[in-house]
Design a protein around this ligand. Structure first.
Ligand SMILES: [Ca+2]
Length: 374
């Protein structure tokens, strides 16, 4: 491509990055302020608000911290499950039960240890009592224990009517994502207590694991239900190129590793999804990659132009990717530069946003409109 055609794009990206480093960004919701709240988080991965306005934040090596009202971090919270922090695995997501006010359940996803450094993706729950977790019980362990540092997936998303989706990667094993006799490369759906819903798509199929809701995924690190439709959307990391946004339907096969919009790391081609119509194709894909992780459907008022859109964190995108969804369709509308690898994004009760960055010294940022010019 000619330098004069690339130059404006380069300058645009550069100005966005420079603005992000100055703590602001120009967006279609106006100029927004990007305020650093706290640092010193070692590869933070997930966050969730407590009803009192404080926030729980996970660190992948195996710590859960409370962001206190004065924006300091607590000592590590007690009561976590035994886990093994290994490669991309460790302590991953955190979520509160939709009925937390009644049952005080906090859910954690993590790498469940076995013999000889074998690990599986897993999640469970315990009760939140006096700023620690009691009686943690593991509710689900991925059926496929192995060594290997990659593609743990790890997001939990509640339906609000008693069920939870848990997303997994294929542990960099490729073909098992097509095999329903294991959990690699799947979304599973469980009742909140870990039992299997009777109407899961493979509940009565011989040779298939009943927890599986969808399969043929590569590595799902973002999941969110669109509150307007109740539809689950997930992103998955592609190989070289081919990151995907998928609308998840019961029993569907999303094609990995048979088809992909990306290429293998050795530069060999993978057939495009359109060559195999039996697989569900992505609603949207990204080449080059954005490395999607963390996602929320924005429902607030303070960034009114973003209402109803998905905001997707991007590790290599270095910010948020704003996407409009409509039925099976999805369209990227905007990128909001943060100037760092974004691991997770949540909406605060007041409609502002919080963003976690993935780094040895990870940070939490608060995204809000300017107030009195500040
Ligand atoms: Ca796919």
């Amino acid at each position: 491509m000619h330098i004069l055609r690339v130059l404006p794009l380069f300058l645009c990206l550069l100005s966005g990055t420079l603005l992000a480093q100055k703590g602001q960004a120009l967006t279609e919701a106006g100029a927004i302020k990007i305020v650093p709240i706290v640092d010193g988080l070692e590869h933070p991965w997930g966050m969730a608000f407590l009803p009192d306005g404080r926030m729980l934040i996970t660190e992948r090596p195996g710590r859960l911290r409370i962001l206190e009202a004065d924006s300091t971090l607590s000592e590590p919270v007690a009561g976590l499950p035994e886990l093994l922090a290994y490669g991309q695995g460790g302590l991953l997501d955190v979520a509160l039960d939709p009925d937390f006010a009644d049952n005080q359940y906090v859910y954690l996803s993590f790498s469940d240890p076995g013999q000889d450094s074998m690990v599986s993706s897993a999640f469970g729950r315990g009760r939140w009592v006096d700023d620690h977790i009691e009686d943690f019980e593991t509710l689900f362990v991925q059926d496929y224990k192995m060594k290997g540092p990659n593609h743990f997936g790890g997001r939990m998303e509640f339906t609000g009517d008693g069920m939870v989706y848990f997303t997994m990667g294929e542990r960099f094993q490729f073909e098992p994502a097509q095999d329903l006799s294991n959990h690699l490369g799947t979304v599973v759906r469980l009742n909140n207590d870990g039992t299997v819903p009777q109407d899961n798509p493979f509940a009565d199929e011989d040779g298939a694991l009943p927890e599986i809701y969808s399969y043929g995924h590569r590595n799902i690190q973002a999941a969110a239900i669109d509150p307007a439709t109740g539809q689950l959307w997930v992103t998955e990391m592609g190989p070289m190129g081919g990151d995907e946004l998928n609308q998840v339907h019961a029993g569907e096969n999303y094609g990995w590793p048979v088809v992909s919009w990306g290429k293998n790391y050795d530069d060999t081609n993978i057939p495009d999804p359109t060559t195999r119509p039996e697989f569900a194709d992505a609603a949207l894909y990204w080449s080059p990659t954005i490395s999607p992780s963390g996602m929320v459907f924005y429902t607030g008022d303070v960034f009114a132009a973003w209402r109803g859109n998905a905001l997707i964190g991007g590790l290599t995108a270095g910010g948020l990717v704003r996407v409009a969804v409509n039925g099976d369709e999805a369209e990227e509308l905007e990128r909001i530069p943060i100037g760092a690898r974004v691991r997770d994004v949540v909406q605060a009760p007041d409609g502002t946003l919080y963003v976690l960055t993935d780094a040895d010294n990870g940070q939490l940022f608060h995204l809000r409109p300017f107030m009195d010019g500040k």
